[in-house]
Design a protein around this ligand. Structure first.
Ligand SMILES: Cc1cc2nc3c(=O)[nH]c(=O)nc-3n(C[C@H](O)[C@H](O)[C@H](O)COP(=O)(O)OP(=O)(O)OC[C@H]3O[C@@H](n4cnc5c(N)ncnc54)[C@H](O)[C@@H]3O)c2cc1C
Length: 162
């Protein structure tokens, strides 16, 4: 096993994971297929693209959504920090300027010396497969609900779901 952690997917989950792992002093290889290939819902070339609603829901400590965000603030979450810095008026909710939010997250990830961004799609039949990556290093799959077909197919095969 190599001395870095691989993350596939530079969306909300993948960028937060990359930031936290790098903060622990461990190098990260972050695979993101954009801007070479887009899912049907992603249109921006930036990382951490907020698809659909720009609201991260309630900021009130009296409900689960707000409490979770406050816990994330205390744990130095990259995404919640940048969401707080790019927020727009939305009553008791935390809503962001989605373009500024994604740009700021992208800058932080690109400027982190421990994070290498690889602009490549991962999956079955492609130059880089999940099977290759898991032989090399601990690998986090963070490709979200719109995981591309070649990777979804490979995951199904590896987990014998197919
Ligand atoms: C149409 C739609 C509307 C939604 N609306 C809302 C909403 O209003 N509120 C809400 O809370 N949630 C909504 N969601 C759910 C939303 O996707 C999640 O909240 C959040 O984006 C998930 O974050 P993620 O990091 O898991 O995935 P994403 O943010 O989707 O990030 C995944 C990343 O992986 C990349 N990727 C995919 N496959 C590969 C591959 N094979 N190789 C390399 N990179 C790859 C993608 O390009 C993307 O950048 C919506 C989802 C969809 C599809």
């Amino acid at each position: 096993m190599k001395e870095y952690i691989t993350i596939i997917g530079g969306g909300l989950a993948g960028t937060e994971a990359a930031y936290q792992i790098a903060k622990a002093g461990i190098p990260v290889k972050l695979y993101e297929m954009k801007p070479k290939k887009y899912t049907p819902a992603h249109h921006s070339s930036e990382l951490a693209e907020v698809v659909c609603s720009n609201s991260f829901k309630s900021n009130l400590l009296t409900n689960a959504c707000g409490l979770l965000k406050e816990e994330l603030r205390k744990l130095d979450s990259l995404l919640i920090r940048i969401a707080d810095e790019t927020k727009v008026p939305a009553g008791q909710a935390l809503a962001v300027d989605r373009e500024e939010f994604s740009q700021r997250v992208t800058e932080e990830i690109k400027n982190n010396p421990l994070i290498e961004i690889v602009s490549e799609e991962v999956g079955k039949g492609l130059p880089t497969t999940l099977s290759d990556l898991i032989k090399e290093s601990i690998t986090i799959v963070a490709t979200g609900p719109l995981t591309s077909d070649p990777l979804a197919e490979e995951i199904a095969e590896l987990t014998r779901a197919k």
